[in-house]
Design a protein around this ligand. Structure first.
Ligand SMILES: [Zn+2]
Length: 314
C-alpha cells in the first residue's frame, strides 16, 4: 500500500526519513490558499490525502475548491489508478469545497452523516459559524462550501486489498472523523500542530469537552498522525498535550476574570485580548464559538438585566 499526500517531492525526502517506513512512500501536497477573504488563511495550508492499493485509490479531503482536487485526480488518473471515492474528515469548506468536482467526475464522496448533511445544505454551516444567515457573509467559499451530494461513510472503507478504519474524532465539529490505514491516521482538524496553534492561538472547537475526550483517546494511538494543517506530527503526545494545555489556558483566563461574575462579552473580550486573537469578523465568530463552548461547559450562566452573566462552576 502506498499512502501519500500530494506532490511536493522536496518534502517527500524529509518525510521519508522521519517516518522511516519502507513500504510507504510519502509525498506532501500543501495547498497554498491564495485568497484571504476574512483570513480563512487562518488555517492556511490544507493537506489532501491519498491511499493507494492494487491500482485503486481513495482520496481524503478535497481542498477548498476544484483546483487542488483536480490536480490530485488527474495525477492518479495518469498513474493508472481508479479512484474509488473521496472521503471527507468534516464539512469545513477548506476540506469539502472540492467535493462537488469529484462528484462531477463521477466519483462518490463520503463523510459522516452529520458532516455530509451539512455539505448537502451548506447554508446551515454558515449559520453554525455566525449564528445567523446573511447572504453577503455566506457566499464566500471560505465560509460556505459548494453544495455537493455526499454519501454516508460507515465504520470501515474497503477498497483494493485494504481496509481503512473510520475513527470518531468529534469536538472540532460534531461529526469529525479520521481515516486510519495500518498505523497511520489522517486526523483532519481533530487537533492542530503546535506551529498552527502558535500562529492561531484559539482553535475552532464546537464542543470543548468532546474535543478534550478525543484528544485523550488519541494519546493511546501509537501510530503516525497526520493533521490537515501542517501534516505529519513529529511527536504525537507533545502535540496532543499542547492542544489540551491551550484549552486549559483559555479556561484559566475565563475562571480568573469571572470569579465575581462577568458578562459573556467581557469574557470573550478578555480572552481575545489575552491571546491577541481578535483580528477580523470571521475570526471573531470562530474564536467566540470556542470561548462560548468553554463558558457554557465550565461556567454557571444567569440572565440579569438584559445580559447573560457568567461565573466559574466550582
Ligand atoms: Zn475544520
Amino acid at each position: 500500500m502506498l499512502l501519500f499526500f500530494g506532490y511536493d517531492f522536496a518534502l517527500k525526502v524529509v518525510i521519508d526519513e522521519k517516518v522511516g517506513l519502507n513500504s510507504f512512500n510519502w509525498l506532501f501536497f500543501y495547498i497554498h490558499s491564495v485568497s484571504i477573504y476574512m483570513e480563512f488563511e487562518t488555517y492556511g495550508r490544507v493537506s489532501i490525502g491519498v491511499i493507494k492499493s492494487d491500482r485503486r485509490a481513495i482520496v481524503i479531503d478535497s481542498g477548498i475548491d476544484e483546483n487542488d482536487i483536480r490536480k490530485v485526480l488527474n495525477k492518479l488518473n495518469e498513474e493508472g489508478y481508479t479512484v474509488d471515492g473521496v472521503y471527507l474528515t468534516h464539512s469545513h469548506s477548506d476540506h469539502s469545497g472540492g467535493a462537488f468536482f469529484a462528484v462531477k467526475r463521477g466519483i462518490n464522496v463520503y463523510s459522516s452523516r452529520i458532516e455530509a448533511d451539512l455539505i448537502m445544505n451548506p447554508s446551515i454551516l454558515n449559520v453554525m459559524i455566525s449564528g445567523f444567515y446573511n447572504y453577503e457573509f455566506a457566499r464566500s467559499k471560505f465560509v460556505t462550501p459548494e453544495r455537493s451530494k455526499i454519501l454516508y461513510v460507515e465504520n470501515q472503507v474497503n477498497f483494493g486489498n485494504e481496509s481503512v478504519k473510520v475513527i470518531d474524532l468529534r469536538g472540532h465539529t460534531l461529526g469529525q472523523v479520521g481515516y486510519q490505514a495500518d498505523e497511520i491516521m489522517f486526523a483532519g482538524d481533530s487537533l492542530f500542530s503546535i506551529e498552527t496553534l502558535e500562529k492561531h492561538p484559539i482553535p475552532y472547537v464546537l464542543d470543548v469537552p468532546m474535543y478534550l475526550q478525543t484528544l485523550e483517546r488519541l494519546k493511546s494511538f501509537t501510530g503516525k498522525i497526520i493533521v490537515s494543517h501542517m501534516g505529519l506530527l513529529e511527536d504525537n503526545l507533545k502535540t496532543i498535550n499542547f492542544n489540551i494545555d491551550r484549552i486549559k489556558e483559555i479556561k484559566d483566563v475565563f475562571w480568573d476574570i469571572s470569579s465575581n461574575g462577568r458578562t459573556i462579552d467581557e469574557v470573550i473580550r478578555a480572552i481575545l485580548n489575552r491571546f491577541n486573537s481578535n483580528r477580523h469578523v470571521l475570526n471573531y465568530f470562530l474564536d467566540a464559538t470556542t470561548i462560548k463552548s468553554i463558558i457554557f461547559s465550565y461556567g454557571i450562566i444567569s440572565y440579569r438585566d438584559g445580559t447573560l452573566m457568567v461565573e466559574p462552576k466550582r
